[in-house]
Design a protein around this ligand. Structure first.
Ligand code: AMP
Ligand code: ZN
Length: 143
């Protein structure tokens, strides 16, 4: 098995290796999860693959099963402990999306009815035709 990539200057690599302290909520061979120091909600957790992959586009698809398994487990634990009614799983990728730490990670954010946290949806399509044409163009890149 190839060695897992890591970066000595990366804050999340330092957290995973224990050089920097963190409030761990879950750990297995592939994934480390800890409380976000600046939470959007009580229990806001960061789920981090142990390998240093800067963005989701660098993340090996074959590691996805371990990641989603850990995500389920952690989200379930958050629901039980915080009593939240739901949760958002969000990954910011690249600066335009607000990524600050370039070690791929997922935010798991507990949600409560009426908590006021909102994702704005200012985008609009002119009509169905515009939507179908855009989907067709995207498919050319994803094929
Ligand atoms: P992102 O904008 O997706 O790159 O998110 C980075 C997240 O890491 C932010 O929500 C920060 O609050 C969080 N963060 C940065 N340093 C630490 C740390 N030492 N312990 C816990 N969370 C951290
Ligand atoms: Zn890293």
């Amino acid at each position: 098995m190839p060695a897992r990539p890591m970066d000595n200057d990366c804050i999340f690599c330092k957290i995973i290796s224990g050089v920097i302290d963190s409030a761990c909520v879950y750990e297995d061979d592939d994934v480390y999860a800890f409380l976000d120091i600046n939470p959007l909600a009580r229990g806001h957790t960061l789920l981090v693959p142990k390998g240093h992959y800067p963005t989701l586009l660098d993340f090996p698809p074959e590691d996805g099963r371990a990641l989603t398994g850990a995500m389920r487990r952690t989200a379930d634990a958050l629901m039980r402990e915080t009593g939240c009614g739901g949760f958002n799983c969000i990954s910011n990728n690249f600066g335009a999306a607000g990524q600050v730490v370039f070690h791929s990670h997922w935010h798991i954010i507990p949600r409560f009815d009426g908590d006021g946290l909102m994702i704005a949806r200012p985008g609009k399509y002119k009509d169905n035709e515009e939507m179908r044409q855009l989907a067709k163009s995207i498919r050319k890149h994803s094929a």
